[in-house]
Design a protein around this ligand. Structure first.
Ligand code: SIN
Length: 531
């Protein structure tokens, strides 16, 4: 192999991957591997919007302070300042690229676009495209990427691992096509934009979230993973046992929605002065407690008092989805439950998205930048995708191309095809994995519960290792990756001997004075328990 497939390989086609592809393609050849359908991944389903200090009534400092408060003492302040400061220019880039943000048409509006409010924000600062911001971003950016002569898109591959050279650097990735043919895509620099790990849980806010596959690919090359214990549960996903996963945006509470208990009474004002707009960890825990003590299985989110016109104006997507599921939300409160939504932890990266593995970068939810701390503030995630994709593109532009050795990087020679019974068995094991994580490693945790999770995950590994299934198959590799990430998540939760942000344990009090982000590598898993 004398030359790489492309200068830059990007795996993941959400907002982070697309932004990086468009910016990097100004200078380099780019291969962008994305799923055939945008329904996969989380970006498309983001409703609320992007947080940035845009209004003259807001300030960068206020956005910084709100983010630090929501992060419950565990944000990296430098990362927060870096992200927030670069927010307005990232939004301007989107506007220049034609993203159809909702204008503010009110008389005397101080900013051209409507800004909504969400939990933890002390000002209106969330720019949005109705209640389908992710869809607007993906449609606009993917259209541009499809037309770009230097972006070569591969929609036919599932990437399974990274290629490594003799010096430990990343040289690209390998994956399978639908016919189970193995493909190696080589590149000077590789960027993971593969999303978070909410797919480790049973109930999620998006229909097919990732399960941390990208995090494990990086960990396999030695990259540390940080703050995995901070898995965010969005307080309000639609309670619809027979329907698809569906988020009810925090903007619904931002525009004045009330959370009601079984008896139809508001419960948040008694718990927190910020009431329904307290940070997500606080609201999700309060809802979980209500659900535990009622027979309803959910709480209510009521917006009837906003009036039919305002509801249709602000939330056309939510109105339409609920109507299709038989609910008229202008006349009845919405049944809601918390669901796994966002991974605050991920691959340790710097401000340019560089990991500790040479030539390997990570941007978006797969990365840990230090921005979110112990709890992500609403709408800071798309902001992070944009800011770090842009700074990563700039860093790649300024970087000298790594020396390309004329040798074949590591990686498997063959991958197996599974028979239907083996696929069924793997699906059953994956279901068990999700049940374990949901029962023991979700909104409220305990030391005993985490210990049980450790035992059950170890037992699951044994069954996977000893079963008849060929693990060199797509499904086998992906389940193994999910199991590894689940184990690392539990290990991180066990080591955090305090309750903080999204990690709430009945055995540990809130906020120990000395705290630090957790940081684990695959070597930290007890020998013998590696899946
Ligand atoms: C929402 O609309 O509530 C989701 C936005 C986010 O998670 O930041």
């Amino acid at each position: 192999m004398s030359t790489p497939t492309s200068d830059i390989l990007i795996i993941g086609g959400g907002v982070a991957g697309l932004t990086l592809a468009l910016m990097a393609a100004e200078h380099f050849s780019v291969t962008l591997v994305r799923p055939e359908h945008d329904e996969k991944g989380a970006s498309r389903w983001a409703q609320g919007g992007i947080a940035a200090a845009l209004s003259p009534e807001d300030s960068l400092e206020a956005h910084i302070q709100d983010t630090l408060i929501a992060g419950d003492g565990l944000c990296n302040e430098q990362a927060v300042r870096f992200t927030v400061t670069h927010g307005p220019e990232a939004i301007q880039w989107l506007i220049d690229n034609g993203v159809p943000f909702t204008p503010d048409t009110t008389d005397g509006a101080r900013y051209a676009y409507h800004l909504t409010r969400e939990g933890g924000h002390s000002a209106r600062r969330v720019i949005h495209a109705d209640d389908a911001t992710g869809r607007a971003l993906i449609d606009t950016l993917s259209h541009k990427a499809a037309q770009h002569p230097r972006i070569h898109q591969r929609n036919d591959l599932t990437m399974l691992g990274l290629l490594q050279d003799d010096d430990g650097g990343c040289r690209g990735a390998y994956g399978l096509d639908a016919q189970h043919q193995l493909h190696r895509l080589t590149a000077y620099n590789t960027v993971l934009a593969t999303g978070g790990a909410s797919g480790l849980y049973q109930h999620t806010t998006t229909p097919s979230p990732s399960s941390g596959e990208g995090m494990i690919m990086a960990a396999e090359l030695g990259a540390p993973l940080m703050n995995l214990e901070f898995q965010q549960f969005h307080p309000t996903s639609l309670y619809d046992p027979d329907g698809p996963a569906f988020l009810i945006s925090e903007a619904v509470r931002g525009e004045g929605g009330y959370l009601l208990d079984e008896a139809g009474k508001r419960f948040m004002p008694a718990l927190d002065p910020r009431a329904e707009l307290a940070p997500r960890d606080v609201v999700a825990r309060a809802i979980d407690a209500q659900i535990q003590k009622s027979n309803l299985g959910h709480v209510w989110l009521d917006i009837r008092h906003l009036g039919e016109r305002a509801i249709h104006h602000h939330f056309p997507t939510i109105v339409a989805h609920c109507a299709a599921r038989g609910m008229d939300i202008t006349r009845q409160p919405i049944p809601v439950v918390p669901a796994a939504h966002y991974s605050c932890g991920g691959i340790a990266t710097n401000h340019q998205g560089a990991t500790q593995v040479p030539n390997l970068y990570a941007v978006g939810e797969v990365a840990y930048t230090g921005l979110h701390g112990a709890n992500r503030m609403a709408s800071n995630s798309l902001l992070e995708c944009l800011v770090y994709a842009r700074s990563c593109a700039q860093a790649l532009r300024e970087k000298k191309a790594p020396h390309w050795k004329n040798s074949t990087p590591s990686g498997p020679e063959r991958l197996a095809t599974l028979s239907p019974p083996d696929q069924d068995m793997l699906m059953a094991l994956r279901h068990e994995l999700r049940c374990i994580m949901t029962q023991h490693v979700s909104i409220v945790r305990s030391s005993a519960g985490l210990k049980t999770a450790q035992h059950k995950l170890a037992e699951l590994s044994m069954r996977l290792n000893e079963g008849p299934v060929d693990q060199c198959s797509l499904e086998g590799i992906q389940l193994r990756q999910a199991l590894l990430l689940a184990k690392l998540t539990v290990a991180a939760a066990v080591t955090r001997r305090e309750s903080r942000g999204l990690h709430y344990s009945t055995d540990w009090p809130s906020g120990q004075p000395a705290t630090a982000p957790s940081c684990l590598t695959l070597a930290d898993l007890t020998p013998g328990t590696v899946a």
